[in-house]
Design a binder for this molecule. Structure first.
Ligand code: NAI
Length: 333
């Protein structure tokens, strides 16, 4: 009997590579458009595996329903696992993830957002489409010679550092695990925030890193500094961020993630009334750029996500191997 996998929060672009790579395995895949949460968890009945993404909810209540439905494996088709109650699920059934699918995809998106902001390309693009060839208010600044603060020098952080070095930027870094081979200067968070012209977040969201960029930390930053967040929204206190930019205490922000994104991102809300005033404030500011958690969205990354996820499912059901498991005993969560 074929292994049955329930996919949650799927979009057409998710299916392309999963369908392609599943030709090798022949799993019975059902793609749900709805997210996994307390209201939908019962749709996991009859499946062996649930496969989820960044905005699905895997809290204790949902996980208990999955257990009641005899789900045998949870496969996260992403790297982050902040949405999973690992304490509850570890020792019950394995949770696997895709630890590295394309660090370059995220690092390059962070750079694309940075360049867009510092050269005002979002405004230039709109102007020239209307044959407005004026340059007023489009003055940017050189990245060469500027200092970039990189918070988290793991897989994505180091890919980002390598590009920044190519631009001739000085790199200051923060990470409990320092890698001398990177040739960057490590320091504490406060020192980095005080000295950086650009700060880019590349660390996971945990209970310790929640709102690590708080009102107090934002106040330490240069008033011209740019904050880039391609990691997880709740690393940043969004209300404090909007206040800092509105009062000109921060130069701008490039956000691929937002702490209240789960009911907004990945959907067309252009005909909805948005009730999140903080997001409205941020999007309204000319020096804020928001993308919809799309840093992972390259062909290479989607291929790697599908290949790793399906291999993890196959390994587990073939001989019990769980190579990319996450458990609170082995990770800080
Ligand atoms: P990684 O595990 O390779 O590196 C994370 C690094 O952060 C580690 O070196 C760790 O020691 C460090 N770290 C942990 N807590 C820290 C703290 N409080 N301060 C400073 N450093 C800290 O992870 P990777 O692959 O580089 O991914 C980083 C994050 O990027 C993920 O946790 C995920 O949230 C996010 N991500 C976002 C995507 C998007 O589409 N926007 C796609 C993939 C990942």
């Amino acid at each position: 009997m074929a292994i049955k996998i329930a996919f949650y929060d799927t979009k057409p672009y998710d299916r392309v590579w999963f369908d392609e790579y599943n030709k090798e395995y022949g799993f019975e895949i059902t793609y749900f458009e709805h997210k996994l949460n307390n209201a939908t968890a019962r749709t996991s009945s009859g499946f062996d595996v649930v496969c989820t993404f960044v905005n699905d909810t895997l809290d204790a209540e949902v996980l208990q329903i999955l257990l009641d439905n005899h789900i045998r494996l949870i496969a996260l088709r992403c790297a982050g696992f902040n949405n999973v109650d690992l304490k509850f699920i570890c020792d019950k059934i394995p949770v696997v993830r895709v630890p590295a699918y394309s660090p370059n995809s995220v690092a390059e998106h962070a750079i694309a957002m940075l360049l867009t902001l510092v050269r005002n390309l979002q405004h230039a693009y709109v102007r020239t489409r209307e044959f407005n060839f004026s340059l007023g208010n489009l003055i940017g600044f050189d990245l060469h010679g500027k200092t970039v603060g990189v918070i988290g020098t793991g897989k994505i952080g180091r890919a980002f550092i390598s590009i920044c070095k190519g631009f001739g930027m000085k790199v200051l870094a923060v990470d409990g695990f320092q890698d001398d081979s990177l040739g960057v200067e490590y320091s504490d968070l406060d020192t980095v925030l005080r000295n950086a012209d650009v700060v880019s977040l590349h660390c996971p969201l945990t209970k310790d890193s929640y709102h690590m960029i708080s009102r107090e930390k934002l106040a330490m930053m240069k008033s011209s500094a740019i904050l880039i967040n391609t990691s997880r929204g709740a690393l940043v206190d969004s209300i404090a961020l909007a206040d800092a930019i509105q009062t000109k205490k921060l130069g701008g922000a490039a956000l691929d993630v937002y702490e209240e994104e789960s009911n907004l991102f990945y959907e067309d809300n252009s005909f909805s009334i948005i009730t999140d005033d903080t997001l409205i404030r941020l999007i309204s500011m000319p020096n804020v750029l928001v993308t919809s958690h799309q840093a992972f969205l390259t062909k290479e990354a989607l291929q790697a996500i599908a290949a790793t996820t399906l291999k993890s499912v196959n390994d587990y059901f073939t001989d019990g191997t769980v190579e990319n498991s996450v458990c609170y005993k082995t990770v800080k969560a």
